[in-house]
Ligand binder design. Structure first.
Ligand SMILES: [Zn+2]
Length: 249
């Protein structure tokens, strides 16, 4: 198998004296790991490429028996220098990156996962205002929504009452649906969702990272969004943040 793919570098590890392994996310192959043999010796083949948070055009080959992938050559397309120079932006970018890696989007969800991560890094790189600190949270939600778990925040899933008319609605985590107080199910995890929270999450599902700063309403809405997104991601993607990384629950 040989292919050329534009990919974001998620992780790099060195082994032996001159070799490296690289974990990448690309639009065609999703998350994949490949070996760059002799990487440390041959600066020409991978000039400036083999670092986390780089966008690289890789030429990928495979071992003789096809047991593993090899990186033949790389061309650095974007290194996101501004983002890497500022610790708060870098922290958010790394958080998004770790989540994208943990989700392990396969070929079916690869294009969406790659484009969302690339868009997010571009916003963190280019925005003149400091990005909102809910950015990584919104990234997790949007990733979950795009990987086929898109919830509906528009109306009660039982009686159809619109979200904006609900004074105290609930989000049914297991179903990924909204419920009014009267239709609230008696079993399963239900989290409070105000009209503002439902509206925010509904808009999040239809927005791109460049618009996320405007979606942060603070206060109660922010707290409810946080709770709903974390529980939703844990339930549907099986991922939770633990000790500096995302782990399967
Ligand atoms: Zn209802």
């Amino acid at each position: 198998m040989e292919f050329t793919e534009k990919a974001l570098v998620l992780k790099v590890g060195r082994f032996r004296e001159n070799d490296a392994w690289v974990r990448c996310l690309g639009p065609g192959h999703g998350v994949f790991t490949a070996f760059a043999f002799g990487a440390a010796r041959s600066r020409r083949r991978f000039c400036g490429c083999l670092d986390t948070l780089n966008l690289v055009l890789f030429q990928v080959g495979s071992s003789k028996r096809g047991a593993y992938l090899t990186l033949e050559e790389g061309t650095l397309l974007h290194g996101f220098p501004a983002l890497k120079a500022e610790s708060s932006r870098l922290g958010m970018a790394v958080n998004c990156l770790k989540f994208a890696e943990a989700v392990e989007a396969g070929p079916a969800g690869a294009k969406a996962a790659f484009e969302l991560l690339l868009d997010s890094l571009q916003v963190l790189e280019e925005s003149s205002e400091p990005p909102t600190d809910v950015f990584p949270l919104f990234f997790r939600a949007k990733t979950a929504f795009e990987q086929g778990f898109g919830p509906d925040f528009s109306a009660c899933h039982v009686c159809g009452k619109p979200a904006e008319e609900m004074e105290s609605g609930f989000f049914v985590v297991e179903k990924g649906r909204l419920s009014c107080a009267a239709c609230r199910p008696t079993v399963g995890l239900c989290l409070p969702a105000s009209a503002g929270t439902a509206l925010t999450l509904d808009r999040l599902g239809r927005s791109r990272p460049a618009e996320w700063a405007r979606l942060d309403m603070g206060g109660l809405v922010r707290r409810q969004c946080y709770e709903i997104i974390e529980r939703f991601v844990a339930y549907h993607l099986g991922l939770t943040w633990d000790g500096g990384r995302f782990r399967k629950v």
